[in-house]
Design a binder for this molecule. Structure first.
Ligand code: SF4
Length: 510
């Protein structure tokens, strides 16, 4: 089947049902096709319902060609906060009444990593917002679809509605029930790979990282479930292993052996570990050319602040090994504006980049992203660095010749933080801004939301209980000030942050 020149091979049967369900990813079609949350939703919903997929640039269904406004329920999946604005624009563009109070249909349901962290800017528009993982929540929504009413969800811990503004994040306790693997394959999209999520969260708990903190505890996909998942993927295609710290998977050797039918095996992230030489050699033999690592900074002091306890010496040794195994491309992720960062940390990063260039002969790309203090992480109340500080720090960065560098955009970081922190007043202000052309800054106090710690402590995202206890988060800030690190997660033994062993109320055993 051809759609906008993108060929799609569906892996599932097409079901006809009384209701039409749309999955909406408010970003480009190419990004929708490579987003595992879209595939997970599709696998679960399309097993019982007539389901189609929409994106920001494709408002007719990918599978049926029907218009988005002809669907009864729209399930929005949002991982990146600035896409809240795209979601509102999709509604306006397709003639769907955006304001919940004025709309009868379609019913709008939202979920995803960004919504689970701060659903409130979308409250004026959505009927139901979901805090947690799709596999744990969707069966409860599906069973109530016939007689859908936000009222029906007031006892559900994970639900946010106009009437219920506190919620607890729910998650799958056993990844044997995971549906996070692709539901269709596109040999002609920019990103053409079979994806399987092999881990959730990350045991290292970097103090800035929402993907780690808002998905705790770390969990691994059992190898038998991996074997079942990859059965439907065609031989000779590429496989992408998605998750944090993929090579730390306790059954990674077996997973790589089972993946021999694929052309290239691509792990989404590789932890810097000089003991993983054998695995790196296997990946290189499979045809993998590029490795992406995230030292975050070239300063060892600052790395301790963020709970990444690894020395420059070890990272450079790892880079030397990558060069010896003859990887062709190295990608590095670094950050600017982390709490307690000084100009000296940036000078150390410059030195680290110079040494990296000397050790690695292939191409090197470095991306500097701007630190955005995300809710539910230990650094949640820190202010964003000011534009002045940002400019001063940018002026100190020296990229050695032969390294290609990309830099985060300051305006983009402010937008991300605004949507991560603000409440429903932001949704209302955006609606005013779009419909009555009133400038956003006259409608809400953007400066306080971005730069004032006390304002951040009062914002409604604090009504969402991520499961990590607040004393643990406070303790992490104190440790970061004195450069102390916290050990990796061992879910069977530890109850450090309070999320493991909380009993049936905080997790869902499917
Ligand atoms: S309780 Fe311990 S093992 Fe479980 S998520 Fe928290 S720190 Fe990690």
């Amino acid at each position: 089947m051809k759609n906008n020149d993108i060929e799609i091979r569906w892996y599932s049967e097409f079901v006809h049902s009384k209701y039409k369900l749309g999955i909406v990813f408010p970003d480009s079609l190419n990004n929708a096709i490579s987003n595992l949350a879209v595939h997970t939703l599709y696998r679960i919903l399309s097993a019982e319902f007539y389901t189609d997929i929409f994106s920001k640039d494709k408002l007719t269904g990918l599978r049926t060609g029907l218009k988005i406004q002809d669907f009864d329920f729209l399930f929005f999946s949002i991982d990146y906060e600035p896409n809240y604005l795209d979601a509102i624009q999709i509604l306006l563009k397709s003639g769907i009444e955006p304001l919940r109070e004025k709309r009868n249909r379609p019913i709008l349901i939202g979920g995803g990593a960004a919504i689970s962290s701060n659903p409130f800017p979308l409250l004026p528009f959505f009927d139901l917002l979901c805090i947690g993982e799709a596999e744990a929540i969707l069966p409860q929504i599906i069973s109530d679809l016939e007689s859908f009413s936000p009222e029906n969800f007031k006892e559900r811990p994970w639900a946010v509605t106009d009437e219920k503004r506190t919620a607890r994040r729910v998650f799958l306790s056993d990844l044997n029930y995971s549906n996070s693997f692709i539901a269709f394959y596109s040999p002609t999209a920019t990103f053409k790979m079979n994806l399987v999520e092999v881990s959730r969260s990350c045991p290292n708990k970097c103090r800035f990282c929402l993907l780690s903190y808002n998905h705790l505890p770390p969990r691994w996909l059992p190898i038998r479930r991996y074997e079942e998942m990859i059965k439907e993927f065609p031989e000779g295609t590429d496989i992408g292993l998605v998750g944090g710290s993929v090579l730390d998977h306790p059954e990674i050797e077996g997973i790589l052996d089972l993946s021999k039918k694929f052309k290239t095996i691509n792990p989404s992230s590789i932890k810097i570990n000089t003991n993983s030489v054998q695995m790196l050699e296997k990946l290189r033999k499979s045809g993998l050319n590029s490795v992406t690592i995230a030292p975050e900074t070239g300063s060892e002091t600052l790395r301790k602040v963020i709970n990444k306890d690894i020395k420059n010496e070890e990272i450079l040794e790892f880079i030397k090994i990558l060069n010896e195994i003859k990887f062709k491309n190295l990608k590095l992720y670094l950050m600017i504006g982390l709490p307690f960062e000084t100009i000296y940390d940036i000078i150390e990063t410059n030195d680290f980049l110079r040494k990296t260039r000397e050790l690695f002969k292939g191409s090197i790309e470095v991306t500097f992203s701007i630190f955005v203090p995300k809710p539910h992480t230990p650094f949640q109340y820190f202010p964003l660095l000011s534009k002045k500080e940002f400019n001063e720090k940018m002026n100190k960065i020296k990229i050695p010749p032969g390294i290609k560098a990309h830099f985060g955009n300051y305006r983009g970081a402010t937008k991300q933080l605004l949507f991560s922190r603000a409440g429903e007043e932001l949704g209302n202000a955006i609606y005013e801004n779009i419909t009555n052309k009133k400038p956003l800054e006259t409608l809400i106090d953007i400066e306080s939301i971005l730069y004032d710690e006390e304002t951040a402590k009062r914002m409604p995202f604090n009504l969402i209980d991520s499961g990590v206890n607040i004393d643990f988060l406070k303790g992490e800030i104190n440790k970061s000030k004195s450069g102390k690190t916290t050990p990796r997660c061992v879910p069977s033994k530890c109850n450090l942050c309070g999320i493991c062993n909380q009993g049936p109320n905080n997790s869902r055993k499917v």
